[in-house]
Design a protein around this ligand. Structure first.
Ligand code: ATP
Ligand code: MG
Length: 445
C-alpha cells in the first residue's frame, strides 16, 4: 500500500476524551472513530488489525476441531423466554420491536440460539462431540462504556458452544478450549493468564477467565508470580488426547491466579511472600462449563447408547476479539506510539523515502516495494512529499514492527537502513538483504 493513496487519518492532537494509552493511540493512529458512546467505526488500519486478530482466532479454533458458522445479531425474544433470561438479563440487553410488534433483541451472547440450532438438528449421541462457534458482533448496553474498544457497547466476540454426551466429555471440551486459547493469545504476542473466575449471569460451576496484565485493566487480580514464567511455545498438540489437554490445563492453572471475585486471602497467604502479586488485568476471554442449564430448559437432548434420552452437556467459550486490540496496545506501546507484535501487525514493514521526487531514491523504494510484495509481504510505503521527521513520527505512531529507510546517502553506499520499532536499533544492509531479513522474520506466520 502506498500511503499517498491510503486512508490513514492520523490525529496530531491527543484526544481529550481518551483516558488510557490504547484508546488514545487507536484514535491518534486513525484506527477507529467513535460514532456514539461505545460504538465505533473501524477505519482501514484498525479494520486490518481486527481482521488479523480474527484470522488467528479462526485458525486456532479450526486447529482444535471446532466448526465455524454464523448466527445473526438480531434474535427473537421468544428463545430467551424459554431459558428465562429475557427477564433476567436486565438493562444491558438492547430490546426492540419489529413492524409486527414482535419482541426482538440485539444478541449479547448466543447460548439460546445455538441450543435451538442443536435441538432442531441433533438427536443422537453419535453426532457428538460437537463444537460450533462464530465470530459475530454483540451488543450490551453497558452502563459505562469506556476506554474505547475495551468496553464498548457494540463489540466483536468469538463465542463457541460445546455439546457432549457426558460431563467427562464436556470437561475435555473445556480443556481443549483452554489449550487452544493459550495458543491463540501467544500467537498474537500476548500473555493471557487463565485465572479462576466466577460464574456470573451465564451461570456455571467451572470457569476460567484469561487476563492480560495491565495497569489500566478493569479487574483486580491476585497471583503467584510463577504463572508469568509459563509459556506455551510451539508444542505439538493432539486435541483429541485427553491426558495431554488435561496436563496442560494443570500446568497452567495449578498455581494461584484469581480475580477479585474468587480471591481467597487465606490461600493467597500460603504463597511465599516474594511471589505474591496484586495487580490489574484485562479480561480477553472466558471459558465456561455449565452442564445442562440451557439444554434442560430448552429441550435439547440426545439418545444415549442404551436408548434413553438425556439433556446434552454444554459449555460456552468466549474471546473478546475487538477488546484484544486494546489489550494488545496496552501491552505493546511507548510514548511514540504503538508497537505491533509481528503476529498481528497491519503491514509487515514500512518503507520511508527520505527524498521523495529524487529519481534514484524513488526507484530504489519502488524496487524494494516490489521485492517485498513478491515475497508475499505487505509493505506500507510512505511516498508522501513530507519531511523525514514527519514520516518517522507517523511510522512510530502506527507501530509497524520494521521500517526500511531509503535515502540518497545510503544508496550511494548501496545500503538501506532497517530499524526495529521495538528496540529502536538500526542496521545498514543492502536492499536485497533487508528483504530477505523481513521475509525470514515472517516466515511461517
Ligand atoms: P466483562 O466482565 O468485562 O463485562 P463479561 O465477563 O461480561 O465481560 P463474557 O460474557 O465473558 O464477558 O464475554 C466474553 C468476552 O467478550 C470477554 O472475556 C471480553 O473479552 C469480551 N467482552 C465482554 N464485554 C465486552 C465489552 N463491553 N466490550 C468489549 N469486549 C467485551
Ligand atoms: Mg467474562
Amino acid at each position: 500500500m502506498r500511503l499517498s493513496r491510503y486512508f490513514l487519518p492520523v490525529l496530531k492532537e491527543t484526544p481529550a476524551e481518551a483516558q488510557i494509552a490504547s484508546h488514545r493511540l487507536m484514535l491518534r493512529a486513525g484506527m477507529i472513530k467513535q460514532q456514539s458512546a461505545g460504538i465505533y467505526s473501524w477505519l482501514p488500519l484498525g479494520y486490518k488489525v481486527l481482521k488479523r486478530v480474527e484470522q488467528i482466532v479462526h485458525e486456532e479454533q479450526i486447529r482444535a476441531g471446532h466448526i465455524p458458522l454464523l448466527m445473526p445479531t438480531l434474535q427473537s425474544a421468544d428463545l430467551w423466554r424459554e431459558s428465562g433470561r429475557y427477564d433476567d438479563y436486565g438493562q444491558e440487553m438492547l430490546r426492540l420491536k419489529d413492524r409486527h410488534d414482535r419482541d426482538m433483541l440485539y444478541g449479547p451472547t448466543n447460548e439460546e440460539m445455538i441450543t435451538d440450532i442443536f435441538r432442531a438438528n441433533v438427536s443422537s449421541y453419535k453426532q457428538l462431540p460437537l463444537t460450533l462457534y462464530h465470530i459475530q458482533w454483540k451488543f450490551r448496553d453497558e452502563m459505562r462504556p469506556r476506554f474505547g474498544v475495551m468496553r464498548g457497547r457494540e463489540f466483536l466476540m468469538k463465542d463457541g458452544y460445546t455439546f457432549d454426551l457426558t460431563r467427562e466429555d464436556a470437561l475435555h471440551a473445556y480443556n481443549r478450549h483452554l489449550v487452544s486459547y493459550l495458543r491463540t493469545y501467544e500467537r498474537m504476542g500476548l500473555q493471557a493468564i487463565p485465572m479462576r473466575a466466577d460464574g456470573g449471569p451465564i451461570g456455571g460451576d467451572y470457569t476460567h477467565e484469561f487476563l492480560v496484565l495491565a495497569e489500566t485493566g478493569e479487574s483486580e487480580v491476585f497471583y503467584d508470580s510463577e504463572v508469568t514464567d509459563l509459556t506455551f511455545g510451539d508444542r505439538q498438540i493432539d486435541y483429541d488426547n485427553r491426558e495431554q489437554c488435561q496436563s496442560i490445563l494443570e500446568e497452567f492453572t495449578s498455581r494461584y491466579a484469581r480475580t477479585d471475585e474468587t480471591h481467597d486471602p487465606a490461600l493467597f497467604e500460603q504463597i511465599p511472600e516474594a511471589r505474591r502479586r496484586v495487580a490489574r488485568g484485562i479480561e480477553v476471554g472466558q471459558i465456561f462449563y455449565f452442564g445442562t442449564k440451557y439444554s434442560e430448559a430448552m429441550g435439547a437432548s440426545v439418545v444415549t447408547p442404551d436408548g434413553s434420552r438425556v439433556p446434552v452437556e454444554m459449555g460456552s467459550h468466549g474471546i473478546g476479539v475487538s477488546r484484544l486490540l486494546g489489550a494488545l496496545i496496552e501491552a505493546n506501546h511507548d510514548d511514540k506510539g504503538i508497537i505491533w507484535p509481528e503476529g498481528v501487525t497491519p503491514f509487515h514493514c514500512g518503507i520511508v523515502n527520505l527524498k521523495q521526487g529524487d529519481s534514484a531514491t524513488d526507484a530504489a523504494c519502488e524496487g524494494l516495494y516490489a521485492a517485498l510484495v513478491a515475497k508475499g509481504l505487505e509493505p506500507l510505503y510512505d511516498d508522501r512529499d513530507e519531511r523525514a521527521g514527519a514520516k518517522f513520527a507517523t511510522m512510530d505512531l502506527i507501530g509497524l514492527p520494521w521500517r526500511i529507510t531509503v535515502g540518497p546517502r545510503g544508496l550511494a553506499a548501496n545500503v538501506v537502513e532497517l530499524t526495529s520499532r521495538r528496540t529502536g536499533e538500526s542496521e545498514e544492509l543492502s536492499a536485497e538483504a533487508a528483504v530477505e531479513r523481513i521475509a525470514q522474520i515472517y516466515a511461517g506466520r
